[in-house]
Ligand binder design. Structure first.
Ligand code: BES
Ligand code: ZN
Length: 870
């Protein structure tokens, strides 16, 4: 094993022995090398007594030029250097530490620490990238005030940025220049940022509620400025929203975003200097879809919201990651709900939880929202920490009521301003502020696995009894689970769809319990867990008639959608099983036909909701319904049902296409985006019929489109229709957007997801194509991720060629960018969920990766995948 691969435990937390009040950094940027001089004012932590005078500083891939305590070089005997840091011995209680190191951004392809993205020098320090910049206690509970001086060639690096206010700048010798930044807020080192480059910029101003003017800037490579306006508008929106919703005003005079092409994640919330993946900033109608516009809006807001939930109050240690991410995702969700269609926004969140989080929580990498241990922190930026973490916040908000919860968040932020705290500190602040008792609720943070909620309903003589029971499966390292405190919303409807009991929340906090509703005139239709009031799997047998009623009449759009999904799922399961047993494929059930007929005859006003309600559950969701996933059967079953729907409703689908066809100029708003979604959904159904009319229509849409959303709708419709129309539009697309890497990512995805021909060979060819770049994570995610997720039949080829391809690339990537390699390895890890021959093929590929010398990142994932079942 490479690296020093120590497992870290939450229970081992010890406060830092020394604190650093101020950090003074000097970056001398030269060709090929950067000299970093760091001066720290250090003092003993008064909270820690009797821990000796030995201090650990993290540091990786650094050339140490000198180290001095109070300007005296440290003697060799007092210094012990290892591959991951150094020990200092015999330290006084208060001193100045001066460390001079050299770093080489050209050789750093890990996209952590200080690295080069194209011509831009930039940083990424979360979680532990700062230790690639200088020796430092790289842990979030050491908070300091930073001053940063940057000096570089003025022609090559005209823009020099760091956190806080620019307090000085000027010329230096030999055509060089410098800038000095001061950040008045103490921060952990993971929020440090530096950028140097030749950049284009757009500027704006935001005036805060109290009347302060904040200068806003978005920087990017020259020539891309016109793709940054939506991000700027979103930033101003987010600033106004946080004032209006939480009373939180921005706390500095400037806020800067820099977009770079090579970035491992989506974006990073460095204090006053956010650094973004261009994929989460660029949005122009010609190059970005409605989905991209929404994503940019939400990521910009998310990073901005971290200024309070994350930066002003940060995490004590990385086990507490959900403290900032769960809460910030929750705030981002609220923001999204206020900006898009509320119902559909929630549907998207629910789908994410069910399609991605539930499988993670049932697989080899299941972990609590607050993990107990890790080898590589970067492996724990998971859907569980983020989205399940946000669901836990949402549950508390619901129990408290939205206003009381907002007050509680403010109380938490006041109480802990400037501190590094724990999830438990947050929950305690919520208890203090709201009076809730969250003792049992805390289990949600400590235990992994998705609880199953079984509901049985009985109606008898005017009284409805709901029996509820919970059970949570074992997860790795956690055999038995406590009872969770599960809020379950319930509403009752009569046969005509009228509400007979307004929605209310009942709480299941025991293993089983009974809830009774009296004085009913007739057996009601029951709607439970509406909008997913808790992240649990609901087991509730409802007949088709009840589901059709809920789909048509439920007052909550999410419940209507959910009822539609249950109806589709019943038919889909039959189709998948029929294919698996080589039996006759089923016709559409009467319920599905009635549901769709009602939907198209009386569509919801919200067009995006119509599109969602017409869409079948994803292949992942269908697979979830089976003991072992038979990939070919799931694909065949889903296609069969989709085609039967297209045949049965061909006229209605054409009517939807015509009624929602592009008209007028592109605008990104709720209504227009909803219309485009219906159009794309109907087009996609009709494509299954592969008629000349639909091929022609798709081609025409592509040629006339004034925006990327419609263009992608056409390309998707033609995806599995080989022939002249498809070739022509694909070629035109590749030609027109050859100079737009993010659009070429869409092209790479389409090409990787194409089923006809030998997809594995096609992907191997693309790995050598000039449009591909192995060192850029967006390209790798598009091609390899696009292949795995977009082309299940090729990835899961029975001869294992798809798995081999992915394993080969993981092995090649691991030494450059272990973070990304580990993320890709995660795609093979859940092999136990699959039927044969898939399971063995995936496991063999994983074992082959495991036999190589690996980074800690990939090693941890592979070992979890090959480990014992829970
Ligand atoms: N702090 C993270 C970015 C990050 C994650 C840095 C992991 C280093 C390691 C940031 O706030 C974040 O969560 N970004 C998300 C997008 C967000 C909208 C959920 C991302 O990058 O995907
Ligand atoms: Zn975040």
């Amino acid at each position: 094993m490479t690296g020093n691969s120590q497992r870290k435990y939450r229970a081992d937390y010890r406060p830092p022995i020394y604190l650093i009040d101020t950090v003074d950094l000097d970056f001398d940027i030269r060709d090929g090398v950067i000299r970093v001089t760091a001066r720290h004012s250090v003092r003993r932590n008064p909270q820690v007594i009797g821990e000796g005078d030995r201090w650990w500083l993290d540091g990786r891939e650094l050339r140490l030029l000198s180290i001095a305590v109070d300007d005296e070089p440290v003697a060799d005997a007092a210094l012990e250097i290892t591959a991951t840091g150094l020990w200092l011995d015999g330290l006084p209680d208060r001193f100045t530490l001066t460390v001079v190191t050299e770093i080489d951004p050209e050789r750093n392809l890990s996209l952590e620490g200080l690295y080069r993205s194209g011509t831009i020098l930039c940083t990424q320090c979360e979680a532990t990238g700062f230790s690639r910049i200088t020796y430092f206690p790289d842990r979030p509970d050491v908070m300091s005030r930073y001053t940063t001086r940057v000096e570089a060639d003025a022609a090559r690096y005209p823009v020099l940025l760091s956190n806080g206010n620019c307090i000085e700048s000027g010329e230096a010798d030999h055509g060089r220049h410098y800038a000095v930044y001061d950040d008045p807020f103490a921060k952990p080192c993971y929020l440090f940022a530096l950028v140097a480059g030749d950049l284009g910029v757009i500027r704006d101003t935001f005036t805060t509620a109290s009347g302060r003017a904040v200068a806003l800037r978005v920087y990017t490579k020259h020539g891309n400025e016109d793709q940054c306006h939506h991000a700027m508008a979103s930033l101003k929106d987010a600033m106004a929203w946080d004032e209006a919703t939480y009373g939180l005003e921005y706390d500095l005079d400037s806020f800067v975003i820099v977009a770079v092409g090579s970035f491992n994640m989506g974006a990073m919330e460095n204090k006053s200097l956010n650094i973004f993946n261009t994929a989460c900033i660029f949005a122009h109608q010609n190059t970005a879809t409605d989905g991209d516009f929404a994503r940019v809006r939400d990521v910009v807001a998310h990073e901005y919201f971290h200024n309070y939930t994350g930066n002003r109050v940060t995490c004590r240690d990385w086990f507490q990651l959900s403290l900032k991410e769960g809460l910030t995702v929750y705030r981002e969700h609220q923001f999204a709900i206020d900006h898009g269609s509320p119902g559909v926004t929630r549907i998207e969140q629910v789908r994410m939880i069910r399609d991605v989080q539930f499988p993670e929580d049932a697989g080899p990498r299941a972990h609590p929202v607050r993990p107990e241990s890790y080898v590589e922190m970067n492996n724990f930026y998971t859907i569980t920490v983020y989205e399940k973490g946000a669901e836990l916040i949402r549950m508390m908000a619901r129990m408290a009521g939205r206003d009381a919860f907002t007050t509680a968040v403010k109380h938490y932020l006041d109480k802990h301003d400037g501190q590094a705290v724990t999830i438990d500190d947050f929950v305690a602040a919520v208890e203090e502020s709201t009076g809730l008792d969250l003792a049992q609720f805390r289990h949600w943070y400590g235990f992994a696995g998705t609880p199953r909620l079984r509901v049985v309903s009985r109606y008898d003589d005017g009284r409805l009894t709901l029996e509820m029971a919970q059970a949570t499966p074992a997860t790795p390292g956690q055999k038995s689970k406590p009872n969770f405190d599960i809020p379950v919303s319930v509403a009752l409807f009569d046969d005509a769809g009228r509400v007979v009991r307004e929605p209310e929340i009942v709480r299941l906090d025991k293993q089983r319990d009974t809830f009774v509703f009296e004085a009913l005139d007739q057996a009601p239709t029951v709607s439970v867990l509406r909008g997913l009031t808790a992240p649990v799997r609901l087991e509730f047998d409802q007949n088709e008639a009840a589901l059709v009623r809920l789909m048509a009449h439920d007052s909550d759009p999410v419940s209507r959608w959910d009822a539609a999904q249950s109806l589709y799922m019943a038919t889909l399961k039959v189709a998948v099983s029929a294919h698996r047993n080589a039996g006759p494929m089923p016709e559409l059930g009467a319920g599905v036909i009635e549901a769709i007929a009602t939907l198209v005859a009386d569509p919801p006003e919200d067009r995006a909701l119509l599109a969602e309600m017409l869409s079948l559950p994803s292949a992942t969701q269908i697979g979830e319904a089976f003991e072992a996933i038979d990939v070919a059967a799931v694909e065949a079953g889903r296609r069969h049902v989709k085609r039967r729907i297209a045949v049965r409703f061909e006229t209605e689908l054409w009517a939807l296409v015509d009624a929602h066809a592009p008209r007028g100029d592109y605008v990104f708003d709720r209504d227009a985006a909803g219309r485009r979604r219906v159009f794309a959904t109907a087009l996609d159904y009709l494509a299954g019929l592969n008629t000349p009319a639909i091929r022609e229509r798709a081609r025409e849409v592509f040629e006339r489109a004034d925006n990327m959303t419609d263009r992608m709708a056409a390309l998707n419709a033609l995806q599995d229709l080989p022939g002249e129309d498809r070739d022509a539009v694909r070629a035109a697309f590749a030609h027109r957007f050859a100079d737009y890497p993010l659009v070429m990512d869409k092209w790479l995805r389409l090409t990787a997801a194409t089923e006809d021909g030998d997809a594995v060979a096609r992907v191997r060819d693309l790995l050598g194509d000039a449009r591909f770049d192995f060192t850029n994570p967006n390209r790798v995610r598009a091609l390899i991720g696009g292949f795995v997720r977009g082309n299940p039949l090729a990835f899961h080829r029975e001869d294992g060629a798809g798995y081999r391809l992915v394993a080969d690339e993981i092995l090649r990537l691991d030494s450059l960018n272990p973070q990304l390699a580990a993320a890709l390895a995660g795609l093979l890890a859940p092999w136990r969920r699959y039927a044969e021959p898939y399971a063995s093929g995936m496991r063999d590929a994983l074992a082959r990766i495991g036999a190589a010398e690996l980074s800690d990142n990939t090693r941890e994932i592979v070992e979890a995948g090959l480990g014992e079942a829970a």
